[in-house]
Design a protein around this ligand. Structure first.
Ligand SMILES: Cc1ncc(C[n+]2csc(CCOP(=O)(O)OP(=O)(O)O)c2C)c(N)n1
Ligand code: SF4
Length: 286
């Protein structure tokens, strides 16, 4: 794994699709200071997406991929859901795991990479929906925290099982009715960020993706802490505009609205995490 895998054989360059040539020449490789401010000027690591028009998950993907400090040596593990439709469009090493197993798969990958490449930094990230992370996959998610696996888990919380047509999840808000949950949710939303803290995560954030620069900072902090200390967890509200009946251009407004209430920015860090973050700030990497 190296950005050299994106180097095109000179003899073949004339025949390669322009977007592949762009990936070699205009993507931000080998620069740990890369970030969302590069988006207008560089080739993005996500070419297209197959989400609904205006789905906030697409913005979340762009900000996260632009913020990875070490994309050439990053593996993202995914699970089935709306997010999994996007992964074939990403120019990174990605692994699709069986629904709910993503943190177990990521744990294995991280351990093998540490053993195989002891002198290199390899970041392993899990990115999956709330059904995969909190409902069906909760066992694997929490067990990876208990084992102190050095991985970052990112949950795209759209408060529903969207890809299968709208069943309620543990993340659904009490009382909410979906197409396939006509009785309405009977229980409160599970405070997954608190579960992550109680289960041993060293850096935990809950937020929406309404502010790209804030997403960048949080992603970098989570990855640097995971590298050195242990598990980190990012809970992002990415509303399913389709299932809550919003228009394609309403997603940002919905996130800004919830920024002030149930997705108000929340950040937790242990002392060990704080030490890493302060050091990385001094190095100019955050
Ligand atoms: C082992 C297994 N169980 C169930 C499914 C069916 N399934 C596919 S997508 C999905 C919902 C995903 O929900 P979530 O993780 O919240 O992501 P979203 O689609 O909402 O982004 C389910 C249950 C599956 N593919 N594999
Ligand atoms: S169903 Fe919802 S979460 Fe899935 S792509 Fe469409 S808007 Fe996004």
């Amino acid at each position: 794994m190296s950005y050299k895998i994106f180097k095109i054989n000179e003899d073949l360059k004339d025949f390669m699709p322009p977007e592949i040539v762009d990936l070699e020449e205009k993507a931000t490789w080998g620069n740990p200071k890369r970030g969302v401010m590069d988006l207008p000027y560089s080739k993005e690591l996500i070419e297209e997406h197959s989400l609904c028009a205006g789905c906030p998950e697409s913005a979340a993907f762009r900000y996260i991929l632009a913020s990875l400090p070490n994309p050439e040596d990053t593996i993202i593990v995914n699970s089935t859901g709306c997010t999994s439709l996007v992964f074939p469009h990403i120019a990174l090493h990605t692994v699709h795991s069986l629904f709910g197993n993503q943190n177990a798969v990521a744990s294995g990958i991280k351990r093998v990479l540490e053993w195989r490449f002891p002198d290199k930094v390899k970041d392993v990230i899990v990115l999956a929906g709330d059904g995969a992370t909190v409902d069906i996959g909760l066992d694997c998610t929490l067990q990876s925290f208990f084992r102190q696996e050095k991985i970052t888990t990112i949950c795209f919380d759209n408060e529903v099982y969207a890809n299968t047509g709208g069943q309620e999840s543990g993340m659904t808000v009490k009382g909410h009715v979906f197409k396939m949950a006509p009785k309405g949710k009977q229980w409160d939303k599970v405070p997954m960020w608190q579960l992550a803290i109680d289960s041993g995560c060293h850096y935990v954030v809950r937020m929406t993706v309404s502010s790209p620069k804030k997403v960048e900072k949080v992603i970098k902090q989570a990855i640097y802490v995971a590298r050195e200390v242990g598990p980190t967890y990012i809970h992002l509200y990415t509303p399913c505009i389709l299932e809550i009946g919003l228009n394609a251009d309403d997603g940002l407004e919905e996130m800004r609205r919830t920024d002030k209430e149930r997705f108000k920015f929340f950040e937790y860090m242990t002392d060990a995490a704080k030490e890493v973050i302060e050091r990385k700030k001094e190095e100019g990497l955050i």
